[in-house]
Design a protein around this ligand. Structure first.
Ligand SMILES: C[S@@+](CC[C@H](N)C(=O)[O-])C[C@H]1O[C@@H](n2cnc3c(N)ncnc32)[C@H](O)[C@@H]1O
Length: 325
């Protein structure tokens, strides 16, 4: 399992860039950018070098942690997956590429694309700090046109991107992303009902065209969850001093909520059931809400079943768990 924490080289490079800046200016810019996101806007307010850095300091640790959690889930169902090429759509500061570089030592080529020149410049600078990524390419421009020109890749990632597109643009981008996927496509979104709905719409669009679901679902049927319920997960991450300052936060950690779907060209067998909420661990039993091949079920593991109970006590929200048939 790859750590959800930013690699040291990346964290040090980001912190060093903050050295020459007024922290209060960066925090003020981060607040504007976050408010724009909360109000349903996109990354259009990120225009300058300070904006890009403020965004990266405030959001990169969390999106990195979410992407890493998804890649860990992918590795769990496909432990022998060894992608050589990565395509990172709407790459911003390169978050998903950095996460994939850590998760997959096999990756040799990194192709990033984005229309935001401030984030692209930051990604280029950060990539120089890590040996793995300094051969990356970064195409500038609107995602659909740059993607149309991109080479296909073994692993394609769209991290926190499709929410910035209209529905029609999104459908087009998802179809194009799949055309450029030789093996596996990961779509990650914020863990809100709207983010989940976008991930599910992409899943439905792609399964209709013959793609397979690798995770988080243990099946390829329609999602069994009904509103107000939605499938999302949480990844805890530590906040560095700079991270806390930029966010004006006191807590030394945060929980990033995310929804995701991983689609593959070949069907994945033996997919585990997925833990959909933090299990309730009691003296008599562990009760866990699971998504299974047959739909959502509450698994109750009694204490008298000692070894199963001991295993179930370790289940965490988001884990894949093999069930005895
Ligand atoms: C929230 S940021 C996420 C960045 C990065 N993927 C991450 O996880 O940190 C969304 C990114 O998508 C890019 N983006 C949104 N719409 C785009 C479009 N139509 N064409 C190209 N890039 C786009 C933005 O410029 C921004 O960098």
């Amino acid at each position: 399992m790859t750590s959800p924490a930013l690699p040291a080289a990346l964290r040090i490079a980001l912190d060093a860039k903050l050295e020459g800046l007024s922290r209060s200016d960066a925090a003020a810019r981060a607040a504007v950018i976050s408010k724009t996101y909360r109000d349903g806007g996109g990354s259009g307010t990120i225009r300058t070098e300070v904006d890009a850095l403020a965004y990266a300091l405030a959001r990169m640790p969390a999106t990195y942690a979410a992407v890493t959690a998804c890649l860990n889930a992918l590795l769990e169902v496909r432990p022998h997956f060894t992608p050589h090429s990565l395509l990172d759509i709407g790459a911003g500061p390169g978050t998903a590429s950095f996460a994939a570089a850590e998760a997959f030592p096999s990756l040799q080529s990194f192709a990033l694309l984005d229309r935001n020149s401030a984030l692209r410049a930051l990604a280029n600078e950060l990539s120089r700090e890590t040996a793995r990524m300094n051969q990356m390419t970064y195409a500038a421009g609107e995602a659909r046109s740059t993607l149309a020109l991109a080479d296909a890749a073994d692993l394609v990632v769209a991290s926190y991107v499709i929410g910035e597109l209209t529905e029609a643009e999104r459908d087009e981008l998802v179809a194009l992303a799949w055309r450029k996927t030789s093996d596996t496509l990961l779509i990650v979104e914020p863990g809100t009902p709207a983010g989940y709905a976008r991930a599910m719409a992409a899943r439905a669009q792609l399964t209709a065209g013959g793609a397979h679901v690798a995770a988080p679902c243990p099946h390829e049927s329609a999602c069994p969850l009904a509103p107000p319920d939605w499938c999302h997960f949480a990844q805890r991450l530590a906040r560095s001093r700079a991270h806390k300052q930029i966010k004006g936060a006191e807590l030394p950690f945060e929980d990033e909520k995310f929804s995701y779907v991983i689609m593959t060209r070949a069907a994945v067998t033996d997919r585990p059931a997925r833990v959909l909420a933090q299990p309730a661990v009691g003296k008599v039993e562990v009760a866990a809400k699971l998504c299974t091949e047959d739909g959502v079920a509450i698994a109750r593991v009694p204490r008298r079943d000692r070894s199963a109970y001991a295993a179930a006590r370790r289940w965490r929200w988001g884990d894949g768990v093999m069930q005895e048939s």
